[in-house]
Design a protein around this ligand. Structure first.
Ligand SMILES: C[C@](O)(CO)[C@H](O)COP(=O)(O)OP(=O)(O)OC[C@H]1O[C@@H](n2ccc(N)nc2=O)[C@H](O)[C@@H]1O
Ligand SMILES: Nc1ncnc2c1ncn2[C@@H]1O[C@H](COP(=O)(O)OP(=O)(O)OP(=O)(O)O)[C@@H](O)[C@H]1O
Length: 288
C-alpha cells in the first residue's frame, strides 16, 4: 500500500460535566462526545522524510502539529521511514471541535495500515492518550460517554440530529479555559446523566433540552459573543443549543429544515464559520 486517504471527523460535546481537578493538573470529566460530518481530509503517502503539506497558513507544519507528533512517536517506536501527509483543513482551529485530535487519531490508524504495524487497539489508545485527551474518542468516534480525562469510553446509540454550527472569529485556548474554571470555583451543572437518558431514548426534544456544558460559563464570560450566538439560534427556532468543548463554537439542534436553512442564511455573514452538520456514527473514514 503506497497511499491512503482518510476523512477525520470533528466532534461536539452534547454534555460536559467537570467533576474536579486531578493531581496531574488535568480535570476529571463526564461527557457525551458526538462525531459530526464536518471533516478534515488527509492523504498519507510513503516517503523518505516526514513532511506535512497544508495550505492553511494558521496550521503549524512542524513539531507543534499533532500529526507530526503522532508520526514521530510511531517512527521512533517502530523504526520506520518517513511519510508525506497532505492535509485539507476544513475543521476550524481552536474551536472546541477537536480538529487537531481528529487528525492525530487519523494519523495513528493510517500509519498502522501504511507501515503494517499491526498495532493492537490498546497500543493505539495508549499512543492516543499521549497526544491529547480528545484523541482517544477520535480513534473510533460515533457517540460515546467519556470519563477520566476523556479516555474511558462507553458506547451510546447515535442520535440523528440536524445541527447548525457557528464559530465566531476568536480562538480559544483549552488550557486557559480549564485554568479559569479552577479560579472561578464553580459547581458542575451535572447535565450528563439526563443527557444520557435522552440519548438512550433517541428523543430529539429531550436531547435538545438536556444538552449543556460546564465550560460555557467560563468562555462566555470572556467572550460575550457565545451567549449572543445562543440567543440568536434559539430565536431562529433551535430546539436547544450549547457550546462544544472549551468553545467558542456553539451548535443548535433543529427539527424543522426550513428554520434551519433560514437560520443559516440569516447568520452566515455575521460569524467566521457557519455550517450545517449532522451527527454520524464514526470518527474516521478511509476511502479510495
Ligand atoms: C474540552 C474538551 O474538548 C472536552 O471534550 C477536552 O476536555 C479537551 O481535550 P484536548 O483539547 O484534547 O485536551 P489536551 O490537548 O489533552 O489538553 C489541553 C489542556 O486542557 C486541559 N485539560 C484537558 C482535558 C481534561 N480532561 N482536563 C484538562 O484540564 C489541560 O490543562 C491541558 O493542558
Ligand atoms: N492538526 C492540527 N490541526 C489544527 N490545529 C493543530 C493541529 N495540530 C496542532 N494544532 C494546534 O492546536 C491548536 C488547537 O487546535 P484544535 O483545532 O485541535 O483545537 P480544539 O478544536 O479546541 O481541540 P479540542 O476540542 O480537542 O480542545 C491550534 O491552534 C494549533 O496551533
Amino acid at each position: 500500500m503506497e497511499k491512503l486517504n482518510v476523512k477525520a471527523y470533528a466532534k461536539i460535546n452534547l454534555s460536559l460535566d467537570i467533576l474536579g481537578k486531578r493531581k496531574d493538573g488535568y480535570h476529571e470529566i463526564y461527557t457525551i462526545m458526538q462525531s459530526i460530518d464536518l471533516c478534515d481530509i488527509l492523504e498519507f503517502e510513503r516517503n523518505e522524510e516526514i513532511k506535512l503539506i497544508c495550505d492553511d497558513e494558521k496550521v503549524p507544519k512542524g513539531e507543534d502539529n499533532l500529526i507530526i507528533k503522532a508520526v514521530k512517536i510511531l517512527k521512533e517506536r517502530y523504526e520506520k521511514e518517513g511519510v508525506l501527509i497532505r492535509l485539507n483543513k476544513k475543521i476550524p482551529l481552536a474551536a472546541g471541535l477537536a480538529g487537531g485530535s481528529a487528525d492525530a487519531a487519523a494519523t495513528i490508524v493510517a500509519l498502522n495500515k501504511l507501515w503494517d504495524l499491526s498495532l493492537s487497539e490498546e497500543e493505539q489508545k495508549e499512543i492516543a492518550l499521549k497526544l491529547g485527551a480528545d484523541v482517544s474518542f477520535c480513534l473510533e468516534g460515533g457517540t460515546k460517554i467519556a470519563r477520566g480525562v476523556g479516555e474511558i469510553l462507553e458506547d451510546l446509540k447515535t442520535p440523528q440530529l440536524d445541527l447548525l454550527i457557528i464559530k465566531p472569529d476568536i480562538e480559544v485556548s483549552t488550557k486557559e479555559i480549564y485554568q479559569e474554571w479552577d479560579k472561578l470555583n464553580i459547581k458542575s451543572q451535572n447535565c450528563t446523566a439526563a443527557a444520557i437518558q435522552a440519548v438512550n431514548k433517541g428523543n430529539l426534544y429531550e436531547i435538545a433540552k438536556s444538552i449543556g456544558n460546564d465550560l460555557e460559563i467560563v468562555t462566555s464570560s470572556k467572550f460575550k459573543v457565545v451567549q449572543k450566538i445562543k440567543s440568536e439560534l434559539l430565536k431562529k427556532g433551535a430546539l436547544g443549543c450549547a457550546m462544544t468543548g472549551s468553545g467558542p463554537t456553539v451548535y443548535g439542534i433543529f427539527d424543522d429544515p426550513k428554520k434551519l436553512e433560514k437560520a443559516y442564511v440569516d447568520l452566515k455573514e455575521n460569524y467566521g464559520f457557519v455550517a450545517f452538520a449532522k451527527t454520524i456514527g464514526k470518527g474516521l473514514e478511509f476511502y479510495d
